[in-house]
Design a protein around this ligand. Structure first.
Ligand code: ADP
Length: 872
């Protein structure tokens, strides 16, 4: 049996505790991985796999990465879904007796990243903890890099739907969970696949009430949960306790920047399900998942990363409280009106560093001297920023002024202590300013003086020996030395001690030289370690102020968000909407905020909207394909949503009665991964809408019933429209190619027809993009197909067929009546099809030229005709 080396013994003992992570083991300037970890990492990171004799039976597979570039490698591993445990030397190698002590200082997981280079600036990086039992879910999520912590519970019906919506809204990078109900757990696992989530189960015992209670109390240093605002038995308590426990086990430090928990309810903001978020392209486009081309892409003029993240959150969680919305709108208005204010705000905000992420770095001890200078420069801007808005009347701006602290003590401390351009590394010196600490000054002068001693010594030796070319030099291996060229060797005194022979010279040392050297080098080393100590002291002083800096950071984020909305409102000619709790949505000359930017402003045709809840809740919109139906309906939804986040709107004027939810049903694509057909997806979306919409919701239905036969589809569309206007009474825009639906106007109260107008020019059509009252009488499908470039022959043939069909009068046929005689109607329609098919068979028979038909052709024709006859 071979004996394990002490290093491998230490490695294996540590690795035993971190089986589910790749262990990065610090050895000198490298982080090494061994055994299976090495095999995985070398493949994933494309680095060479070597081996090392560690006393195991065989050489241990090994690979390593240099410590200065370790972040890149960690990032790669995290992106590929691994956890990484960082094992450091935890004592000074020079002081160690035997093998240097090592331990894991942090486990990095996708949800616990804090290094800014690994994170997206304007996007949060959430870790979510889900606790579930038979009464519902508790959800707590945190962004460790910014210090934001939120919790909620879901206890009503639609548990699953609400959970999925919340996950999709927050897009957490990592989820941990403990769910006591098998069905709900299975559901979460389905979500994992569907939305490509990174999910791990966390030990159930960690969610026991007493245990979570202890975790929370200890973390927040409180005696009762009441001080945090938790209601009794709130499920968020479990999720929060579990999350804190997970952070403690992985981060291995007190996370003082997580000092507030925000308890929220799903009912506090507009509810948007995953389909609606995607369809309305709120933060990214459907096709390419890009911010450009989304609503966020248009509204984001924020200058700080903090503002960028907050704007995204505002868009993801539109408000439903009229007063809160108006607070935002008033603030946007007052900044929009004032060009100078906007300009000055931008200039000052531009200089503000990501204070939220900086606070996390301070708490983690990973802040560097340059970060502190950036902090100081940011803080310097705060008085200016306050001055710019101090006279603005808007209440929200006033409270922002109140929230911003100047942090003079910290600013002055950094100003006094840290060099303007310090080194990035904390352990290389060049951090502390002269005059801040006496000892640093003395050591520095010793090292400076030492250098002049060297010059004096050089002159003295030259005189003493008479060697004019004698030089004193320095290298890392020998330290200071006296260099004499070969031609002068005869003049070298006997007391010189030879150290090195080069081709044209010899190098010597003397006791005098070594004495000076030890003074110089000693003081240099000392100053570096003293600077490091002082830096840490300064960091701890700032750490005590983290909660206050976070407050300021949040206020700045809000201000930047308001600035952005004001800037966009000014640039794009948006106006302030009137917000109330009435049931009317009235928009004058509305424009689609994204599409108007893509076309030329002058080309986009504005349209009016009027929907109310009593006589006018459902608008049926007809018009040919490409006329602009989808654009119009999405435009209405986006305008309402913009208004409710506190943004000005892309219209000439608008009154928005606040809506509690927006639903969209837009041409579904097959969800094959879930084994669902287009029609099934369409119908389940429709079911969810009809079951959840309230009379305060806004519905956008872009065609329904398309995925099945005409009669089925039409009947479904018809009865859905009736159901909405009779039972739900929510504001609805419904585009359809079933012109029959327009007959509902006048029959069912609250349904009104609109069409998007087109102009016929000879055989072609021109899209006017104007929404007008009334219904379209033609589909213009063939004209649109022609515009799309279908071959001429196909177009001509389609026209022929259409004429035939029209001769059979199918389109003019008596429209569907109310349901009592719908059966008759259906039969009538079927008869009509039978007639058409008979005529088709007859026509085909007549056209056969028997002289030119081969027996095989004849058989084929017969086969086809028989199939048609079978369908009759
Ligand atoms: P539909 O839903 O009727 O098939 P879309 O809404 O998809 O039509 O519109 C088709 C195209 O017409 C859009 O891509 C857009 O570029 C353009 N469009 C729509 N509405 C307008 C408008 N009001 N002004 C200018 N162009 C528009």
């Amino acid at each position: 049996m071979k004996k394990l080396t002490p290093m491998m013994h230490q490695y294996l003992t540590i690795k035993e505790q971190y089986k589910d992570a790749l262990l990065l083991f610090r050895l000198g300037d490298f982080y090494e991985l061994f055994l299976d970890d090495a095999i995985v990492a070398s493949k994933e990171l494309e680095i060479t796999l070597t081996g090392r004799d560690c006393g195991l039976e065989e050489r241990a597979p090994m690979c390593g990465v240099p410590h200065h570039s370790v972040n890149n490698y960690i990032n790669k591993l995290i992106t590929k879904g691994y956890k990484v445990a960082i094992c450091e030397q935890i004592e000074d190698a020079s002081e160690a007796k035997g093998i240097v002590k090592r331990d894991v200082v942090r486990i990095i997981t996708p949800g616990t990243l804090i290094d800014t280079e690994l994170l997206e600036d304007k996007k949060n990086n959430y870790l979510m903890c889900i606790y579930g039992n038979n009464s519902g879910f508790g959800i707590t999520y945190v962004d460790v890099s910014t210090g934001e912590l939120f919790t909620t519970e879901i206890t009503q019906e639609n548990l699953k739907q609400n959970l999925e919506d919340e996950i999709c809204k927050l897009q957490p990078k990592e989820i941990i969970y403990s769910i006591e109900d098998n069905e709900l757990e299975d559901f979460l696992r389905v979500c994992e696949k569907k939305h490509n989530l990174y999910i791990n189960k966390y030990d159930q015992w960690r969610f026991e009430y007493d245990y979570v209670l202890k975790q929370i109390k200890k973390h927040f240093q409180i005696f009762t949960l009441d001080s945090l605002g938790f209601a009794k038995n709130h499920l968020g308590i479990y999720a929060t306790g579990g999350l804190i426990d997970y952070l403690k086990t992985t981060q291995k430090r007190a996370l003082n920047h997580l000092n507030k928990i925000h308890i929220y309810s799903l009912k506090q903001s507009m509810i948007l399900d995953i389909t609606t978020r995607r369809n309305l392209e709120l933060t990214e486009t459907i096709r390419e998942n890009k911010k450009k081309g989304s609503l966020l892409g248009v509204l984001d003029k924020t200058v700080t990363s903090m503002g960028g993240r907050m704007l995204r959150k505002w868009i993801e969680e539109p408000l439903i409280d009229v007063d809160k919305i108006n607070l935002r709108l008033d603030a946007v208005e007052s900044i929009k009106e004032d060009i100078l204010t906007r300009k000055e705000l931008k200039e000052n905000l531009k200089e503000i560093y990501d204070l939220e992420r900086l606070c996390s770095k301070i708490v983690y001890g990973s802040v560097n001297p340059r970060d502190l200078v950036a902090l100081k420069n940011s803080l310097k801007r705060l008085p200016n920023i306050k001055n710019i808005i101090i006279n603005q009347k808007a209440g929200l701006l006033q409270s922002i002024v109140d929230e911003i602290d100047n942090h003079d003590t910290i600013k002055d401390l950094i100003e006094e202590a840290i060099l303007e351009e310090p080194s990035i590394a904390v352990k290389e010196g060049n951090v502390i300013k002269d005059g801040y600490n006496q000892e640093v000054d003395q050591l520095r002068s010793a090292s400076r003086d030492g250098k002049s001693w060297i010059t004096t010594l050089e002159l003295k030796e030259r005189e003493k020996t008479g060697i004019k070319s004698l030089k004193i030099g320095y290298n890392k291996v020998f330290g200071y030395y006296i260099e004499v060229t070969r031609s002068n060797l005869s003049m070298v005194p006997t007391e010189y001690i030879r150290k090195q022979t080069l081709s044209n010279c010899e190098r010597y040392i003397t006791p005098d030289l070594k004495e000076v050297e030890s003074k110089i080098l000693g003081s240099e080393e000392k100053v570096i370690s003293l600077e490091y100590q002082l830096f840490n002291q300064i960091r701890s002083i700032i750490e005590k102020e983290v909660a206050k800096i976070q407050n300021t950071a949040r206020a700045i984020a809000q201000l930047d968000t308001i600035y952005s909305l004001a800037e966009v409102a000014y640039e794009n000619g948006y106006i302030k909407p009137i917000i109330n709790n009435e049931t009317i949505i009235s928009i004058d000359k509305g424009r689609h905020p994204v599409i108007e930017k893509m076309t030329n402003n002058s080309i986009f045709v504005p349209n009016d909207t009027y929907i109310n809840q009593n006589e006018h809740e459902v608008s049926i919109i007809t018009g040919p394909n490409m006329a602009g139906k989808s654009t119009y309906m999405r435009q209405v939804a986006l305008i309402v949503l913009m208004a409710q986040i506190g943004s000005f709107i892309s219209a000439d004027s608008g009154t928005i009665g606040v809506v509690d939810r927006i639903f969209t049903r837009v041409g579904a694509s097959d969800d094959l991964s879930q084994g669902q057909s287009t029609f099934m997806v369409e119908m389940s979306e429709m079911a969810s809408i009809l079951n959840n919409a309230t009379n305060n919701s806004l519905l956008i239905l872009d065609e329904i019933g398309r995925g099945t036969s005409t009669f089925d589809g039409l009947s479904i569309a018809w009865s859905v429209s009736e159901y909405i206007s009779k039972n739900i009474k929510c504001k609805t825009l419904f585009s359809t190619h079933y012109h029959e639906l327009t007959e509902l106007e006048g029959k069912v109260k609250g349904i009104k027809n609109y069409r998007i107008s087109v102009k016929e020019e000879g055989e072609n059509i021109v899209f006017l993009r104007k929404v007008v009252e009334g219904s379209a009488d033609k589909s213009y499908g063939i004209q649109v197909a022609k515009l799309a470039g279908l071959p001429k022959a196909v177009i001509t043939r389609a026209k022929e067929i259409l004429t035939n069909l029209e001769k059979n009068d199918i389109t003019k046929h008596e429209s569907i009546q109310e349901s009592k005689d719908s059966k008759n109607t259906k039969e009538n329609h079927q008869l009509n099809f039978i007639d058409m098919n008979k005529e088709d068979i007859a026509n085909e028979l007549k056209q056969i030229n028997l002289h030119e038909t081969t027996p095989i052709d004849a058989l084929n024709i017969l086969y086809r005709l028989q199939r048609k006859a079978n369908d009759l």
